[in-house]
Design a protein around this ligand. Structure first.
Ligand SMILES: [Zn+2]
Ligand SMILES: [Zn+2]
Length: 716
């Protein structure tokens, strides 16, 4: 008999032996990783718009032009071993890559009325650092080469601004670099203006520095090597990200709205701490204290759910690991119009625990983020970005090639609401779904499936705080069939906010994606890379080179998820699916999926489902779930400020401590109001043993000559 008890006691830990919880290495840390390559420079095929180049000195081929990693205005001239040597890092390589972008790339469609004719390319280029696409090659007051802000919201701040327009005279194997115009920001007119005093100047290597000279005889010759041989950031025609060979669309770029705030002025940063309940503010930001308070709140949530006969969907350790990873992503690229270098992409991750009018608990993990990425997005390279204008054909529409910050308060349900059995068990009538939306404008009657029975906007969020959309767009085609995402699977739509449609890691494995192969080392399951709005976690794809990972052989269902039977529960994985395009010539391609679309988690009872923006805090029905008010009681909180009585911890297990300033009488009632214990305590700290209490609610009444305080305490 004794033996059986012993076995039962150890069984749970055996059944629930799970994989370890970890998120991907953030991009700012990837930059410090070593980069190994057997690269031999080869020239770009032709000097043309949007080519990524490494600029070498043609005479010796032993030096490169690069951006200083810590001072992004500084252009340096360094040894090629910076890229190819043993000390090369992702940072030294990526800071040696520039993109040449024709000055007319973003210009107007036909001003005459949108016939679909465009300003032709001029052959004059801006030279932009890969790491900072809002910066451009320029010349400082002493005509030394530098890099300056050429048009982000922060252009009002630096002393040096603007860009040069460059002409390449020669071939990629040997060319001079001539700056024919200089443009600078005018703070009075708030516009970039041409510097009229500028005369043609040539880039010249002068004792290891790069200067602009008016003497053409002193111009140095440069070699423009193809940077995509070094790191794969290209989408070639016919590849999985452009299976239908969609050509580059010359449409004008949609203007950035003029009223955009700086990141510091974002409500997520400025007023959120005042807009949510005081008791929740201890969880804000990224600190040891915040983690400790968040852990405590998660404990309370688990206890209250357990007392209701309910449970968290996943172990607390999972949510805490997820939170920690989300708070570690730092903006490391000037590539979103108002993204600030060095800021976190996710400001806060905090837990709430509120009940609806029927007393049902709906705890959430609230993610306050800007939906901005940490890395270069290469939005200019998207062949066919979404149109930005309603009511005009694509040829006449401006298109989306700039990103701006969003203001998200994403609520991830913590409670296990169960799984659906069949697709239509989830009722999306209140939200709309892709198939119904498509039918409404096309007069068709599409069969609902896992790809189209899903939300019209974001359906989940990645660990870097960028939202995830369904694999298919609102034309019920995979986003890659329309060649509308970058090599990292990201793009912006009409709202200019970044979101993923596809898995960049599976597409190119170049090491600078949301997650990467080196994340897998020393782990026994792929990394957690996001979470869906139904509360189901999203992990990276299973890799053949890590076939011993937990769950490797367990097939994914049509929703992209599986259950290892190890107690963790159902979860999604990024995965690759072979698809035959329905568009001629019907190519077959590998669709690299982050989230399929349809939710497997039961969403029918989740309050405020698909409400993900900061305006929720104003909503009198669902604001509380985002933290507008809170009924959480933390264990060190004063119960009665005037009387300075403290009762903690709450929930409690084996003892309750009470701090009073004078001698008091303590009575404990059970949840039916029956007195089960009475004691007199002295001023100071006292401990009540509750080892014999059954789990549930109790009331502790403390009385002294200053007054009486009663507190509800949970015993678990
Ligand atoms: Zn999209
Ligand atoms: Zn798995």
């Amino acid at each position: 008999m004794k033996k059986i008890t012993f076995l039962l006691a150890i069984m749970p830990s055996m059944v629930f032996a799970q994989f370890n919880f970890y998120g991907p290495q953030p991009f700012d840390q990837i930059l410090d990783n070593s980069f190994s390559t057997s690269w031999t420079p080869a020239p770009i095929s032709t000097i043309e718009n949007r080519k990524y180049i490494v600029i070498l000195d043609q005479a010796t081929m032993s030096n490169v032009v690069n951006l200083n990693a810590s001072n992004i205005e500084t252009i340096e001239y360094s040894l090629i071993s910076n890229i190819t040597g043993a000390s090369a890092t992702y940072s030294s390589v990526m800071n040696s890559i520039f993109q040449i972008v024709d000055e007319n790339t973003h210009f107007e469609n036909d001003a005459g009325g949108g016939s679909g004719t465009y300003t032709p390319l001029s052959g004059l280029y801006k030279v932009n650092p890969l790491m900072h696409s809002y910066y451009n090659l320029n010349a400082d007051a002493n005509f030394e080469a530098n890099a300056t802000d050429g048009g982000s919201v922060y252009i009002t701040e630096p002393t040096n601004t603007g860009y040069l327009l460059i002409e390449f005279d020669g071939t990629a194997s040997s060319t001079t670099i001539k700056a024919v115009e200089q443009w600078v920001y005018n703070s009075t007119t708030e516009a970039l203006e041409e510097v009229t005093s500028w005369v043609d100047r040539y880039l010249m290597i002068d004792n290891g520095t790069l200067v602009w000279t008016t003497n053409s005889a002193n111009a140095s010759n440069f070699y423009l090597a193809d940077a995509t041989d070094l790191i794969d950031i290209e989408i070639t025609s016919g590849s999985d990200y452009n299976p239908l060979n969609v050509s580059y669309q010359p449409n004008a770029t949609a203007a950035i709205p003029s009223n955009i705030q700086t990141m510091e002025d974002s409500r997520i940063i400025t007023s959120l701490p005042n807009d949510i309940a005081t008791v929740l503010t201890g969880q804000l930001g990224n600190s040891t204290n915040a983690t400790s308070v968040a852990t405590q709140v998660l404990d309370i949530i688990e206890t209250t759910l357990t007392n209701n006969g309910e449970s968290l969907r996943y172990p607390k350790a999972f949510y805490l690991a997820f939170r920690e990873n989300m708070l570690s992503h730092i903006i490391s690229s000037s590539d979103v119009y108002n993204g600030r270098l060095g800021n976190n992409t996710v400001e806060h991750v905090y837990f709430t625990n509120e009940s609806d009018v029927n007393g049902n608990l709906h705890p959430f993990m609230v993610i306050a983020c800007h939906a901005t990425s940490t890395r270069p997005n290469l939005l200019v390279d998207v062949n066919r970005p979404p149109g930005a204008q309603m009511g005009v054909g694509y040829a006449q529409s401006t298109v989306t090639r700039n990103g701006k910050l969003g203001k998200f308060l994403i609520k991830i349900p913590l409670k296990d609401y169960g799984l659906i059995s069949t697709l239509l068990d989830n009722d999306l009538s209140a939200y709309g779904d892709l198939a119904t939306d498509f039918d409404a404008s096309h007069g068709t009657n599409t069969t609902k499936d896992e790809y189209n029975y899903t939300g019209l906007a974001s359906i989940g969020v990645a660990v870097d705080g960028v939202t995830i959309y369904p694999a298919q767009n609102n034309n019920l085609r995979f986003a890659v069939e329309d060649a509308e995402v970058t090599s990292s699977g990201i793009h912006v739509g009409g709202g200019l906010e970044l979101h993923y449609h596809a898995d960049g890691h599976a597409f190119n494995g170049n090491g600078i994606n949301l997650y990467n192969l080196f994340d897998y080392q020393s782990n026994n399951h792929p990394p957690v890379i996001g979470i869906s709005y139904d509360g189901i976690a999203l992990f990276g794809k299973y890799e053949a080179s890590f076939s011993s990972m937990v769950g490797y052989g367990i097939a994914l269902d049509d929703f992209g998820g599986h259950d290892h039977g190890d107690g963790f529960g159902y979860h999604y994985h990024a995965h690759t699916q072979s698809i035959t395009s329905s568009s001629a010539p019907n190519p077959t391609f590998d669709e690299h999926i982050l989230l399929v679309g349809a939710w497997k988690g039961n969403i029918n009872n989740i309050p405020g489902f698909l409400e993900v923006k900061d305006n929720q805090l104003m909503d009198s029905d669902i604001g509380k779930y985002a933290g507008a008010t809170s009924s959480i009681v933390l264990d060190v909180e004063d119960v009665d400020v005037q009387n300075s009585i403290k009762i903690f911890p709450n929930p409690a297990k084996s003892f309750v401590k009470i701090i009073v300033e004078e001698k008091s009488n303590v009575i404990v009632f059970n949840n039916e109001g029956k007195k089960i214990m009475e004691n007199n305590i002295k001023a100071g700290i006292s401990e009540i043993n509750i080892n014999d209490f059954t789990t549930g609610f109790y009331y502790i009444k403390v009385s002294n000559k200053k007054g009486t305080t009663t507190k509800k305490v949970i015993v678990n």
